[in-house]
Design a protein around this ligand. Structure first.
Ligand SMILES: *[C@@H]1O[C@H](CO)[C@@H](O)[C@H](O)[C@H]1NC(C)=O
Ligand SMILES: *[C@@H]1O[C@H](CO)[C@@H](O)[C@H](O)[C@H]1NC(C)=O
Ligand SMILES: *[C@@H]1O[C@H](CO)[C@@H](O)[C@H](O)[C@H]1NC(C)=O
Ligand SMILES: *[C@@H]1O[C@H](CO)[C@@H](O)[C@H](O)[C@H]1NC(C)=O
Ligand SMILES: *[C@@H]1O[C@H](CO)[C@@H](O)[C@H](O)[C@H]1NC(C)=O
Ligand SMILES: *[C@@H]1O[C@H](CO)[C@@H](O)[C@H](O)[C@H]1NC(C)=O
Length: 318
């Protein structure tokens, strides 16, 4: 209680002195791929792909993440020479306990932490036994927790979904989406990087389409019909085309996540972008954040990627 009051007083003081809080992109210039962000009790917690370890970076402001406190929670014991070991970490609180889900050697893994994100993570376990990367946890209203990840079906890198028995194991896995449209098949057909999005009683799974090493690596979405079994592919409708694509000197703008502003009133898109117009799957990808707007029909308007260096208003409540 006391700590909260002090924090509020300090942030009010900062607002009065410094005006509205602002930031600029990119938030990370190196090792900025596959960003994940969550705001919990006064801190933004950021995770990105570093390939060799899992790190959490935290700060009280988005701008502060550029020089945030960092904590390595897991290090590969025997990293491979090509360094392509662990990626796409995400923090999820399940029934009161924080977990880090990530990909290692092309399988889905989970580490178990404690009651706050800034804890120790132990008990490394496989979430399921099949080929699967980029796992995320989606809470579907009225249905519970689902694990959504990139799987292989009919030799296509697709999206799959399963109910979670608990934080570390899933039920039967079913197909959610395949890369069948031309804009999901640039160079290699790919659906990956699923990211849940909830707004106005609607639930989407956004995802990344096409091969990362092209400028056409981009974000699309699946909209749940709100009533049918989320395990059925027919309960989800794919967007008519991509929702967010290269612009303003940023290429391959995808593998995103959505986070809520400190005061809970805004939803933000955090994604990676490369300055290489050929696209990139490497650690030159940088971390960007921008606010999501909403169309009159209730669908998300992700806009176009903002320019690097542009001064933006920070998330509401910061
Ligand atoms: C990315 O993170 C890894 C693991 O901590 C580190 O070894 C590497 O130097 C970082 N790369 C860059 C470009 O900072
Ligand atoms: C969370 O707890 C509830 C109530 O005990 C339980 O029904 C549910 O299965 C749990 N969910 C997960 C993912 O562990
Ligand atoms: C999670 O569920 C699986 C399958 O039901 C079970 O084998 C395992 O013991 C459970 N783990 C925990 C921590 O409850
Ligand atoms: C969401 O659903 C609840 C319960 O049905 C309803 O009261 C509320 O108005 C809905 N909100 C929106 C934004 O549609
Ligand atoms: C951009 O990507 C292409 C294709 O992967 C690569 O050959 C080139 O070296 C990259 N350019 C820079 C500046 O990294
Ligand atoms: C959201 O709308 C604001 C105000 O019109 C605009 O400045 C901003 O660029 C929009 N954001 C996106 C992601 O389109």
């Amino acid at each position: 209680m006391k700590a909260t009051l002090v924090a509020c007083a300090l942030s009010l003081f900062c607002t009065l002195v410094g005006g509205a809080s602002t930031f600029s992109n990119p938030l990370r210039t190196r090792n900025g791929s596959d960003p994940f962000l969550v705001y919990v009790d006064g801190y933004y917690y950021l995770m990105t792909t570093t390939w060799r370890d899992l790190q959490i970076i935290r700060a009280k402001t988005l701008e502060g993440l550029k020089t945030g406190e960092s904590k390595t929670i897991y290090t590969m014991a025997n990293p491979k020479p090509d360094g392509n070991d662990v990626w796409a970490p995400e923090l999820h609180k399940i029934n009161g306990t924080w977990h880090v889900y990530y990909s290692q050697d092309r399988f889905s893994w989970v580490l178990t932490g404690g009651p706050t994100p800034w804890g120790e993570y132990t008990n490394n376990q496989r979430v399921h036994e099949e080929w699967g990367i980029d796992g995320t946890v989606a809470e579907i209203p009225g249905w519970g927790h689902y694990y959504v990840f990139s799987c292989e079906r009919d030799e296509l890198q697709s999206l799959c979904i399963a109910t979670m028995n608990n934080a570390t194991s899933v039920g039967p896995i079913s197909l959610l989406s395949q890369p069948l449209e031309p804009w999901e098949r640039v160079e290699i057909p790919v659906n990956e990087g699923p990211a849940p999005l909830h707004h106005g009683n609607k639930t989407w799974i956004a995802y990344s389409a096409s091969f990362c090493k092209t400028p056409d690596y981009q974000i699309a979405s699946l909209l749940w019909d709100g009533e049918s079994d989320p395990l059925e592919q027919s309960s989800w409708k794919k967007s008519d085309g991509p929702l967010f694509s290269s612009a303003n000197g940023n290429y391959g703008t995808a593998h995103n996540f959505f986070f809520t502003s400190p005061d809970g009133t805004e939803i933000w898109n955090i994604y990676h972008a490369t300055q290489n117009s050929s696209g990139s799957c490497g650690s030159d990808r940088q971390t960007f954040a921008q606010k999501v707007n909403w169309s009159a029909d209730g669908s998300p308007d992700l806009g176009i990627p903002v320019k690097a260096g542009e001064i933006l208003q920070a998330p509401s409540g910061e």
